[in-house]
Design a protein around this ligand. Structure first.
Ligand code: PHE
Length: 446
């Protein structure tokens, strides 16, 4: 079976694919939103620290397991584990990850549908539709289904013709749109006040427990951790590649794009303020979440006349592209499992699973108030940290240290004497599990 497994054709393709997975709504919407609701630069600072010291080691754990096992999460964790009980635990953890990845896709498809709706909104007059037509429930169902169909279409192509081809096209485009938008917003009055909020930290907020828990959750979500996405992408990396370097680059790109998205959105809010748009809530805090992306920014674009129309169009195109390169990585997780462990053909597996997840999305849209928040909380707040913890335990406590070293040495023969090998194993063994446990306990208690 290993002969038919896909592999990324170059280092660039892997980086684009993995960064494409990592860079998504979590960076361009989630991160600026968290910055806005957690007091600006203090959050940025804590986030940067946690992303490097915690999320990067956890990402490495997934990449190493994946490349070693050359298999999906269930098979890979079974391979790493020892003894019948260990193997059962491996399979159960992998399967839990697959379910969580699928559920994340079910809500991600809905949010991506909103982005598509906002993107295509300016076209409504040409299509003979009324202004609000793209925001009805029926339209939401259509946009979500359309987005899911695009995700499925890419994943049926497999690693080279699907994931790699589309990530390598869309990621540079995303970077270009984002850079142009930042340059434009910087020329607008009010941008400098926003920059100050974004860059000058209020140190009194840095120890805030809520802030730390949010920053950790954000880092895990943003790097696509815990659910087997990075594990499966890792399984497609050639043995000649240097894993710590690849993982480091992906982390840097992910963090870099989040920081850039903040550079766009926080100043844009103050430009909006300058144009008479309300950006604070009743308590005086910056508006965040839905209000920020779907009210403040569109109001800003409206107030800018013709240029605003173009900027808005580009912004929601950016959001939709970012969502697509992430959603394909989520769908690859259950698809690879079904193909490898149950002998399905790739095409059949992709349509079947994509169809099932779309049905869940539709159910969530139809009982939105009851289900949406629940699915988001169960997957991102509860399951991702727990799974991240489990993966660190597999690498730090269950896998033989020698086996681990042998794997990392491939493509990086000097690693044994490197700083990475002095620090990283201790990190995944003790520090990551401990910090995740502490913050996880905190989330459960609140
Ligand atoms: N990292 C993606 C984002 O920032 C979300 C994601 C989570 C992707 C889990 C894959 C798996 O939007």
């Amino acid at each position: 079976m290993s002969a038919v497994r896909g592999e990324f054709s170059s280092r660039f393709s892997f980086i684009m694919a993995a960064a494409g997975s990592a860079v998504g709504l979590g960076n361009i919407w989630g991160f600026p939103t968290q910055v806005a609701s957690n007091g600006g630069a203090a959050f940025v600072l804590v986030y940067l620290v946690l992303a490097f010291v915690l999320a990067y080691p956890a990402l490495m754990a997934e990449l190493v397991i994946g490349r070693f096992a050359r298999a999906n999460a269930v098979a890979a964790l079974q391979k790493v584990a020892r003894g019948p009980a260990g193997k059962k635990l491996g399979a159960a953890t992998g399967f839990y990850g697959i379910v969580v990845a699928s559920l994340i896709l079910s809500f991600y498809g809905i949010v991506a549908g909103w982005m598509l709706a906002h993107w295509l909104e300016p076209l409504t007059p040409w299509l003979g539709l009324q202004a609000g037509a793209v925001h009805t429930i029926a339209a939401q169902l259509v946009f979500t289904l359309f987005f899911m169909a695009a995700t499925v279409a890419i994943i049926t192509g497999g690693v080279k013709d699907g994931i790699e081809k589309w990530s390598s096209r869309l990621m540079p485009l995303l970077l270009l749109i984002l850079s142009l938008l930042i340059l434009y917003v910087f020329t607008q009055p009010g941008a400098v006040s926003g920059l100050k909020v974004y860059l000058i930290p209020d140190f009194s907020r840095i120890g805030d427990r809520g802030l730390i828990v949010s920053a950790l959750g954000q880092a895990f979500f943003s790097l696509s951790l815990g659910v087997g996405t990075m594990l499966i992408y890792g399984s497609y990396i050639s043995k000649q590649e240097n894993l710590p370097v690849l993982g480091g680059l992906v982390t840097l790109i992910d963090i870099g794009i989040a920081v850039m998205a903040g550079l766009l959105i926080i100043p844009a809010m103050y430009v909006a303020l300058e144009n008479g748009v309300e950006i604070f809530d009743a308590s005086g805090a910056l508006l965040a979440e839905g209000a920020l992306v779907f009210t403040v920014l569109p109001a800003l674009f409206d107030s800018m006349g013709v240029a605003g129309g173009l900027v808005g169009f580009a912004f929601f195109a950016l959001m939709s592209i970012a969502a697509l390169t992430s959603s394909i990585s989520m769908l690859e997780v259950p698809v690879a499992y079904t193909v490898e462990n149950h002998g399905f053909r790739r095409n059949a597996a992709t349509w079947l699973i994509g169809g099932t997840i779309s049905a869940i999305s539709l159910a969530v849209i139809l009982s939105f108030d009851a289900l949406f928040g629940l699915v988001v909380a169960f997957t991102t707040r509860f399951s991702q940290p727990l799974l991240g913890l489990m993966l660190c335990v597999f690498v730090g406590w269950i896998w033989h240290r020698r086996g681990l070293l042998e794997e990392i040495k491939q493509g990086n023969p000097q690693v044994e004497s490197s700083l990475f090998w002095k620090i990283w194993p201790i990190y995944v063994k003790f520090i990551c599990p401990l910090i995740i446990l502490v913050t996880f306990g905190d989330t459960l208690l609140s």
